[in-house]
Design a protein around this ligand. Structure first.
Ligand code: NDP
Ligand code: MG
Length: 423
């Protein structure tokens, strides 16, 4: 028996479908390169149909030469100039947002992996959903910024949103296993009478990051290098800093709220330093299902790309002889105030997600540039969130405008507060 697009097809093993064609947005990043490893190891099942990146054109060129995609989209004029004339002969160069729109809407594209970092990732996901595609979403900022609009668009266009973030993939996998009649999440089933009404709560696990166990006074002067030393995951710099502040978990609470249609008080967070249990789902009857695997993003990426099929892939296996203890502890809300910001934003919704996300992105880049202290990241996010003109049902263009406003506010806050510290 074979599985095709969620349908069991008896006796269809011999007539295997052609590989799923993937449009990979953010191909040069950490998720992007992990995705290419999955594609490389499963050539009969997956094909890199289109690649898209931003500044690292040399890496993009190398990827194009190895994977021979039909399209390469360069998001900057400089990258496009550098790539012109250098791509393999059968590979078409697309440029900027128009090029991105052309790539994701290609009729041959089966699945789009959204692995751009930050709010910049919203455009590709939006265009792909408008084109009715299945989108595997790693870019959590898209859901934080515009979750209700994104899920509504998916529903309207008959498109699918599949989670890639390891915790959300774990929840999704547990839901598939635990519910009587699992169905593809387009949008994920919501509300009374839906399958999620059988869920009592979900528990997102967090490694705790490099500063687990520290107190606030220990964190005032931490360096960029210390914040980037994540104990269990190798990721891009933005999400690594987010993991150190626990803002990553705050963003994931908001992501889970919109993706699964849960209320914020159904979402809990627990620290689990080993990063083996990726999340729990507790059902109404008290049964709890979890998904376990080593910390390796190739597994949730593969699950989303090949959903609902499971085949042998490149992800690492659990070694039960080495695994002796799984530990869990409560998060320290005093030391890591970002987490409470996530709950507040998940409760208020509206414009809050776009503002928190933009403030955090700017604060993290300022921290990485040495212009802000580590504890200033949640401080400035709180200040900008409190100041913003809240609205409960914003349009997409209002969210974009607030994104720009929040970024400017962080710059202003940094100038004022950092000057007064050094004066
Ligand atoms: P990286 O910083 O490693 O990579 C980011 C990618 O986005 C690069 O390919 C970069 O291109 C591209 N990019 C950046 N800005 C733009 C833009 N304006 N337009 C188009 N492309 C752009 O990030 P990660 O791979 O770590 O993370 C990607 C997303 O996945 C994030 O949202 C993160 O939260 C999420 N995620 C990541 C996990 C991980 O393990 N890394 C785990 C779970 C979620 P270039 O390099 O060419 O400039
Ligand atoms: Mg995660």
């Amino acid at each position: 028996m074979a599985v095709r697009e969620g349908i069991l097809v008896p006796g269809a093993d011999s007539a295997r479908a052609c590989p799923r064609r993937v449009a990979l947005l953010g191909s040069t990043g950490s998720i992007g390169t992990s995705c290419l490893e999955v594609i490389e190891s499963l050539p009969e099942r997956l094909e890199a149909f289109g690649l898209c990146a931003h500044t690292r054109w040399e890496a993009l060129l190398e990827q194009a030469r190895s994977f021979r995609p039909r399209f390469v989209a360069a998001m900057t004029g400089e990258a496009a100039r550098q790539l012109a004339g250098k791509l393999p002969p059968d590979c078409q160069l697309l440029i900027g947002e128009e090029g991105l729109a052309e790539l994701v809407a290609q009729p041959e594209v089966d699945v789009v992996l959204a692995a751009v970092v930050g709010a910049a990732g919203l455009t590709g996901t939006w265009l792909a959903l408008e084109a009715g595609k299945t989108v595997a979403v790693a870019n959590k900022e898209t859901l934080v910024m515009a979750g209700p609009l994104v899920m509504e668009l998916a529903g309207r266009r008959g498109a699918r949103v599949l989670p890639v973030d390891s915790e959300h993939s774990a929840i999704f996998q547990a839901l598939q296993a635990g519910l009587a009649a699992p169905s593809p999440p387009t949008p994920l089933p919501q509300g009374e009478g839906s399958q999620v009404s059988q869920v009592r709560r979900v528990v997102l696990t967090a490694s705790g990051g490099p500063f687990r166990g520290k107190k606030r006074s220990d964190l005032e002067n931490v360096s960029v290098e210390e914040a980037l030393r994540h104990p269990t995951w190798r990721m891009g710099p933005k999400i690594t800093v987010d993991s150190a502040t626990l803002m990553n978990k705050a963003l994931e609470v908001i992501e889970a709220r919109w993706l699964f249609g849960l209320s914020p008080d159904q979402i809990e967070v627990i620290i689990h330093p080993e990063s083996i249990v990726h999340s729990f789902v507790e059902f109404k009857d008290g049964s709890v299902l979890a998904q376990l695997s080593p910390p390796d993003m190739r597994l949730p990426i593969q699950y989303a790309l090949l959903y609902p099929e499971r085949v042998e892939g490149p992800a690492r296996r659990l070694d039960w002889s080495e695994l002796s203890t799984l530990t869990f502890e409560q998060p320290d809300a005093q030391t890591f105030p970002a987490l409470e910001l996530g709950y507040e934003v998940a409760r208020r919704g509206g414009t809050c997600g776009a503002v928190l996300n933009a403030a955090n992105e700017t604060a993290v880049s300022r921290f990485l540039a040495g212009e802000l202290g580590f504890l200033d990241i949640p401080r400035v996010c709180r200040a900008v969130l409190d100041e913003h003109p809240y609205s409960a049902r914003p349009t997409l263009s209002e969210l974009h405008a607030l994104d720009r406003w929040a970024r400017q506010e962080v710059v202003r806050w940094t100038r004022t507060n950092m000057c007064s510290v050094t004066a």
